[in-house]
Design a protein around this ligand. Structure first.
Ligand code: SF4
Length: 367
């Protein structure tokens, strides 16, 4: 009997949402917790919603990650990448090291360079501006996607200036879009466990809105499958939907499954071993259905693998992120095969599920 009632609820919700109903938080939580055959109905509804909203095109950006440093003030417990200055393997690239990576990216015809780094305690706003200038010296015209709200807050704190001033300077000096990272799960009781030194939820929301209002768009991210509950995940998605209602500044949702192997959070027994395949697909599908003001839902191929990426494309996702070329953040946490995906391989998995691959810019203009 109990199973029958849940079946009715899921099927009603799925048909309501396809008729234009905006899901509320308890409804989205119920969908995220769904098991069994009902799961497939949710994935199918998300696929239909994806088709209505963005059609059959699957996009990717030709980009390269650029690692500046793995030295980090935050040392989040879910991260296997960040190091203390005194730790073995800690590094911080100078101008030559940054320009060598940027030059290589330019030769590879990337349209975007994405800074993927620790939050070095010694960095200031001037450090961030210098980095952008060094990159643009050797890679003119490349879109720089960088600096999370946590890095903006850090620069503001170090320089004793306001976050809108930091944002304005970064924009004037060449920043293309801001990173919607450092969000993880925007619930403070979770942040206290997984990233206690990062900006609290209220500051993350304030800074991302300031950025959007200054004309710097950003990604939105969710890092799921560690310490948080389904209720926390939905609270996070609800915050993103509310910001998007107000600013329309998010370009896409990037879903980031927790990679557990080399992280203190997992090693101390505080987190499970990352999300399951069911959870990966439901996160994409429920995000597609719940975030009715987002066009683009991105699957992280480097974290879920290519076969799961194909299923993600049938569960609401329409974007494959980038070529990346290198991703030490995911690799150091224990994932393999996370560095580079050739567009020819993207084409193979995309056409295999009956869709068309197109290259895009960071802002989703087709190339
Ligand atoms: S997740 Fe980012 S901020 Fe946290 S320790 Fe790792 S590199 Fe530092």
């Amino acid at each position: 009997m109990k199973e029958k009632r849940q079946l009715a609820t899921v099927s009603t919700l799925v048909s309501d949402v396809l008729e234009g109903h905006r899901l509320n938080e308890p409804e989205a939580t119920l969908l995220l917790k769904t098991q069994g055959r009902d799961t497939l109905a949710i994935l199918a509804a998300a696929d239909e919603m994806r088709e209505r909203r963005v059609g059959e095109t699957v996009t990717f950006v030709r980009n390269q990650n650029l690692h500046v440093t793995n030295i980090c003030k935050n040392l989040c417990s879910f991260c296997g990448f960040g190091r203390k200055i005194s730790d073995e393997g800690a590094y911080c690239h100078d101008k030559a090291g940054i320009q060598e990576q940027a030059r290589l990216a330019y030769e590879r015809n990337v349209t975007e360079i994405c800074l993927l780094s620790g939050v070095h305690p010694g960095f200031t706003l001037d450090t961030y501006i210098d980095m952008m200038h060094w990159i643009h010296e050797v890679a003119p015209g490349v879109h720089i996607h960088a600096f999370s709200p946590d890095e903006v807050a850090h620069a503001a704190h170090r320089g004793n200036i306001t976050s809108p001033d930091v944002i304005a300077r970064l924009k004037d000096e060449g920043l293309g879009t801001i990173q919607g990272t450092a969000a993880e799960i925007l619930v403070d009781s979770v942040r206290k466990v997984i990233c206690p030194r990062k900006v609290p939820t209220a500051d993350w929301i304030r800074i991302i809105k300031e950025s959007h209002k200054a004309g710097l768009r950003s990604t939105a991210t969710i890092m799921y499958g560690s310490y948080e509950t389904a209720e926390d995940q939905v609270e996070h998605l609800s915050i993103l939907r509310g910001i998007q209602d107000e600013t329309r500044g998010f370009t896409e949702l990037v879903t980031l499954p927790f990679v557990h192997t080399n992280t203190p959070l997992y090693q101390q027994g505080l987190a499970r071993a990352g999300p399951t395949g069911r959870e990966d697909l439901l996160m994409l599908a429920v995000s597609r259905l719940f975030l009715d003001n987002f066009n683009n839902i991105q699957v992280a191929w480097g974290k879920v693998g290519l076969k799961m990426t194909q299923l993600a494309l049938l569960s609401g996702a329409n974007d494959l992120a980038g070529t990346m070329f290198t991703d030490d953040v995911t690799g150091d946490a224990g994932a393999s095969g996370s560095d580079y995906l050739d567009p020819a391989d993207m084409e193979r998995i995309v056409t295999d599920v009956g869709r068309k691959l197109r290259q895009r810019t960071t802002l989703y203009e087709l190339v």
